[in-house]
Write a protein that binds this ligand. Structure first.
Ligand SMILES: [Zn+2]
Length: 317
């Protein structure tokens, strides 16, 4: 019911203000006239809609299970969902602010490395940003600050103040972004904003040598310690790519917790070193966003594990 209320409430305000956000709730990318791009946009939209449909079914199943557990007297488990954004462009700032209002109304906002069970009966959500883009400092942080909401920014420490030179998909909205400078990040530091590492240069960690990966992971922590004058305890993997060997390098470098991009609903008290996150965008419409924060996208984590196991099986065969 909460999801439905959230979606309807969000929809009511949204129609009037931003035509870029699809009124049925999917923040589909704007369609441009070029045919190749049109085809690509169509594929993205279809995929996103399919995910919303499956996640909607997962949400209904989860609510039914929750209800049965309550009727049978089983205690409800606290859950934590960690979100990750990239850029927050000014054109979607208003939409991002509405997303924060939804979070504030229905969730406890905690830090991504939180491992305490709260007294509250509400589920918890943590907000993170990968890549430390200037647009996040300009548009997201003021909105977070005005609502006293904490967040973590994962910083590629070797490219501060520069345009990203790393791999991005064609038409990726982050192409024109600039990574914030050290001065800008220092000025943005506050009790609410934590910083984590995102490696030095944002490489594909599985495509470089172990020695290069060790340097990317370890030197980033060292450089950030020098910039911010504090220990950096967390890291998020560029492109979400990692392996058990990469995780070991992170432990070796002294990180306390690392984050991938596998959607998951977490136990906040769990001591797991690797935590999953769900990708959200400032342009996400009400239905898609509400499903994501409810944890309904966690099926994608199981799906990706099965797909990985299937691929490994094929390789062995
Ligand atoms: Zn990144």
């Amino acid at each position: 019911m909460r999801l439905l209320r959230v979606a309807l409430n969000f929809l009511r305000v949204k129609r009037a203000s931003n035509p870029e956000v699809n009124p049925i709730g999917l923040g589909d990318p704007p369609i441009r006239p070029q045919s190749a791009e049109l085809h690509r946009s169509f594929r993205i939209i279809t995929k996103r809609r399919l995910k919303v449909v499956v996640s909607g079914a997962a949400y209904v199943a989860a609510r039914a299970t929750h209800l049965i557990c309550r009727v049978m007297g089983y205690p409800a488990k606290q859950k934590l969902v960690i979100l990750y954004y990239h850029a927050v462009n000014s054109e979607f700032r208003e939409n991002f602010a509405r997303q924060l209002d939804i979070l504030k109304a229905y969730y406890d906002i905690v830090s991504a490395d939180n491992d305490r069970i709260t007294e509250s009966s509400r589920p918890s959500v943590a907000i993170t940003f990968d890549d430390a883009f200037e647009s996040v400092l300009d548009n997201a942080l003021p909105e977070l600050k005005s609502r006293c909401m904490p967040a973590t920014i994962f910083v590629p420490a070797g490219v501060l103040g520069r345009q990203p030179a790393w791999d991005m998909e064609d038409g990726c909205a982050d192409r024109g972004e600039i990574v914030a400078s050290a001065d800008a990040l220092l000025a943005a530091a506050s009790d609410l904003i934590q910083f984590g590492a995102h490696t030095l240069t944002h490489p594909h960690l599985l495509r470089i040598s172990a020695e290069e990966a060790r340097r990317e992971i370890g030197d980033c922590r060292q450089q950030m310690r020098d910039i911010f004058g504090m220990e950096i305890d967390t890291l998020s993997f560029p492109y979400g790519e990692y392996s058990s060997a990469i995780v070991e390098l992170c432990r070796e470098a002294g990180y306390r917790r690392v984050f991938n991009s596998v959607p998951a609903t977490l136990d906040p008290a769990s001591a797991e070193f690797v935590r999953g996150r769900i990708l959200v965008e400032a342009s996400d419409g009400p239905l898609e966003f509400s499903l994501k924060i409810s944890g309904a996208y966690s099926w994608m984590g199981y799906y990706s594990n099965i797909r990985q196991a299937f691929r490994n099986g094929h390789r062995i065969a």
